[in-house]
Design a protein around this ligand. Structure first.
Ligand code: AMP
Length: 196
């Protein structure tokens, strides 16, 4: 199964994606995670992405599309994958379609988590507190100013991606404000139906 997860920062994409990995046995491909690893490793991509990411901006389509194209060639992604944090622009969505079509593949499901914007800042603050409590380093872009920019980018660049998939008839939305386990049940129901 090939799945795309859409939703603003703090919507719970990462949490739900981890559960999908467990149930369906497909890898979670998070461009944010891949970019953070590149930054930590100091690769050329990491060096290029570092400052943009820290400020909450979007890394160029070019870089991100290349990373995803390489990653879906890996053995574990042959049976499917869940994309988390990609595509974030309509240009990325179009590039993904071309990438998959070139391999005779297509997406099985696009799921959007709908969340009230007012709740997102609180969720980010909770994530920071939990990360600190675990003794782990806090993400550089989990601060009020970078988060504001991330939300703005979401509204301007990523929200249109939902429209792109809706026009293709593959978009399913679910209420991300409900308790985590209920959201998971909704997501599983959508995916089971897509699989059947
Ligand atoms: P995330 O972990 O998905 O919140 O992503 C963290 C940061 O990585 C974003 O704020 C962007 O700077 C960068 N990033 C991740 N995915 C993408 C993408 N698909 N396009 C552009 N930038 C991205």
């Amino acid at each position: 199964m090939r799945i795309v997860f859409l939703g603003p920062p703090g919507a719970g994409k990462g949490t739900q994606a981890a559960r999908i990995v467990e149930r369906y046995g497909i890898p979670q491909l998070s461009t944010g995670e891949m970019l953070r690893a590149a930054v930590a490793a100091g690769t050329p991509v990491g060096l290029e992405a570092k400052d943009v990411m820290a400020s909450g901006g979007l890394v160029s389509d070019d870089i991100v599309v290349r990373i995803v194209a390489d990653r879906i060639e890996e053995a574990d992604a042959k049976k499917g994958f869940i994309l988390d944090g990609f595509p974030r622009t309509v240009a990325q969505a179009e590039a993904l379609d071309r990438m998959l079509a070139g391999k005779g593949l297509k997406l099985d499901s696009v799921i959007e988590l709908k969340v009230d914007e007012g709740a997102l800042v609180k969720r980010m603050e909770n994530r920071v507190a939990e990360t600190i409590a675990r003794g782990e380093p806090v993400r550089k872009d989990d601060n009020p100013e970078a988060f504001r920019i991330r939300l703005e980018n979401y509204r301007e660049q990523t929200a249109p991606v939902s429209g792109y998939y809706a026009s293709k008839g593959v978009l399913k939305t679910t209420d991300g404000m409900r308790p985590i386990d209920e959201v998971t049940q909704q997501v599983f129901a959508i995916l089971d139906a897509a699989k059947a």
